[in-house]
Design a protein around this ligand. Sequence first.
Ligand code: GYE
Length: 337
Amino acid sequence: MKKRLVVLAAMTAALCMSALSVQAEGDLITVGFAQVGHESDWRTASTKSAEDVFSEENGYDLQFVDCDNDPATQLEAVRGFIEQDVDYIIIDPIVSTGWDTVLTECEDAGIPVIVIDRTIDDSDKYVSWVGSNFLTEGIACGQWLKAYAEAKGIEEINALVIEGTKGSSAQIGRTDGFNQVAEENGWTILDSQDGDFTQAGGQEVMESYCKSYEGQFNVVIAQNDNEAFGAMDAMKAAGVSYGPNGDVVLVSFDGNKPIMESLLAGDLTAVFECNPLAAPDVEKVIQQLEAGEEPEKEIYMTESWFANEDVVTSIEIDGEEQPVTQMTEDVLANRAY
Ligand code: GYE
């Protein structure tokens, strides 16, 4: 008899628990995230940031689609989220145009869209954008190079640029920002080609640069970390030395741990950070919407500039003096990604 009671009690408890968890699941906020792909260390950090923030534990059901760098797949993913009637849609737009129709569809379905990282430039039918100022990153790179060349007595700049995915706002901003400073200073940009933000792409572009511009270049600008790794492999194979002790000034954008280790080791000369940990700010936007508040339309991530040497300690951007941090063991140990 006693035993039966215990079993009964246990069954009742189990029933209550499962009722509770059904109820809890019903309360989860469903978020569809159309991510660019998995092309780089930056992207991996961005995805992890979203998975950490939009976890079940935190009250979310994250529907994640890796769009494999294909704009058509990304539009399909967003339409899939509309069909699923998710509560919110996050888009990291592979390219910055071609969005108005699908954003109108989201609007008609009453699903708020939050844009993360790259920008959408042909529609404003989204609630908020959270990301980085890519133009500023490009200008920072240019201003640093100007000060570095002056300090090192480098009289002529003959640069090769390995661009990120063409048509992405990250590529557009970094290219425009750097070109602006290059023009002001009469630098020569020998070539500027698409490395698609991947290591293989960076290597391929650099291999062809090493053949076409042998002995003619003294600066390589890789628009992300992974392209910089690819460029290093290509230069190594071609017998070109790079970094603060080499013949070629090598810089990258992003600043994930692996490249920061290379910066400390003296393989690169400088790195211009782009912070991938935007998901907590996206969550704030969602929580504001849940509370019936109106979030900011644009939210900028903060980022810093890093160099192997302490030759240039600050640069001026838009009239503001910004520090350039020398990479050390300590700085590296404190990096969040
Ligand atoms: O720099 C690159 C990634 O959109 C800022 O995309 C992002 C860029 C980042 O693939 O590594």
